[in-house]
Design a protein around this ligand. Structure first.
Ligand code: UT7
Length: 323
């Protein structure tokens, strides 16, 4: 039987030039490098320059993924961009990236906050498997620095900006040849928990608003829901934690990453960790970790990856992929 799979051809990322070390926050709010490191694992993060937008960063990450794939922009027939911090209310940041790169086809944004990349990847996979697109650029990009309340120490020290991208291509085949690419996905949301992580403004309230989070509450949900979704998508392809070469988790908190890996019985040696250098970049965190993990030589062809993420909504999910 012929099966179509969405296979990874390229990966890339972009981080803004400005690096903000934990120490910088000590003069802004009542905090310390020690508190931030021990509670979250974060040491530094990147902040976008004045005037630098989400679509600027997304286009750079997309360009890097195309370069690795050895493809031109004209080869791409869809862009799916996960972001909660688009440049404008409309059009989508994805169409801005389309114009910047010169791709054809169609482009749209997906908003599932920190879980955005797994939602985007799942949708891109569906476009490919259903034959609606052959080559899809899946991007996660955020400028969370623009929605931080710099007087709120419980949130402002945790987030950063950046972008990462994957270039997926349809591959038809039978047997081993079709064993690569996206193997399974699992998506969830539960709006009853919308008040524990949200932005207190928006288009219909005519404000931009700031990020508000009950960190402890989100933490309480995170480990349990992340391990559950990862198990669920692994089960769909008859796998367990033992079959996983790399967990590529959403990078919000090192303690959540460790707790989830432990519940999945996967040792930390098989987890890609970038939270110390990027902070929480929301929808950009997984593709950034994929790109950095690939550049470090950790992620290799044929390996099984499980990506998992949770964020505002609450929305959470996972993707199992053979690289
Ligand atoms: O990406 C979307 C999903 N988001 C997440 O997954 C984030 C989930 N939550 C977390 O990562 C953690 O809950 C935090 C890192 C946000 C906080 O860690 P925590 O261990 O849950 O700390 P806490 O909120 O219980 O706060 C402990 C103490 C409090 O003081 P008291 O009440 O014990 O006196 C806070 O006021 O730490 C205080 N605190 C700080 N102290 C120094 C909170 N923020 C800071 C700070 N510096 N920046």
């Amino acid at each position: 039987m012929t099966v179509t799979r969405a296979v990874v051809r390229g990966v890339g990322h972009y981080l803004p030039e400005r690096v903000v070390e934990n120490e910088e926050f000590v003069s802004i709010v009542d905090t310390s490098d020690e508190w931030i490191r021990t509670r979250s694992g974060i040491e530094r993060r990147h902040f976008a320059a004045e005037g630098e937008t989400t679509s600027d960063m997304a286009a750079k990450a997309g360009r890097a993924a195309l370069d690795m794939a050895g493809m031109d922009a004209s080869d791409v027939d869809a862009i799916v961009l996960a972001t909660s911090t688009a440049d404008l209310t409309f059009p989508s940041a994805a169409t801005m990236v389309q114009a910047k790169l010169g791709t054809g086809g169609f482009a749209f944004d997906i908003q599932a906050v920190c879980a955005g990349f797994v939602f985007a990847l799942s949708n891109a996979n569906a476009l490919i498997v259903s034959g609606q697109a052959k080559r899809v650029l899946v991007i996660g990009a955020e400028t969370f620095s623009r929605i931080l309340d710099m007087t709120d120490r419980t949130t402002c020290v945790l987030f950063g900006d950046g972008a990462g991208a994957l270039l997926l291509e349809a591959e038809d085949g039978t047997g081993e040849r079709t064993d690569r690419g996206v193997l399974a996905t699992d998506l969830n949301s539960d709006g009853r928990f919308r008040d524990i992580l949200y932005v207190d403004g928006g288009i219909s309230t005519q404000t931009t608003g700031h990020l508000r989070m009950q960190g402890k509450e989100v933490f309480r949900h995170a480990v349990e829901k992340l391990a559950a979704t990862a198990h669920k998508s692994l089960e769909k392809v008859g796998m367990t934690g033992d079959d996983v070469d790399w967990i590529v988790p959403h990078q919000a908190n090192l303690r959540i990453i460790k707790g989830t890996a432990s519940r999945m019985s996967v040792p930390m040696e098989r987890v890609i960790v970038t939270v110390q250098d990027h902070g929480n970049t929301s929808a950009a965190s997984i593709p950034l970790a994929l790109s950095v993990g690939h550049a470090r030589g950790q992620i290799q062809k044929g390996q099984v990856l499980v990506m998992e993420a949770i964020g505002g909504g609450l929305a959470w999910g996972s993707v199992v992929l053979r690289w």
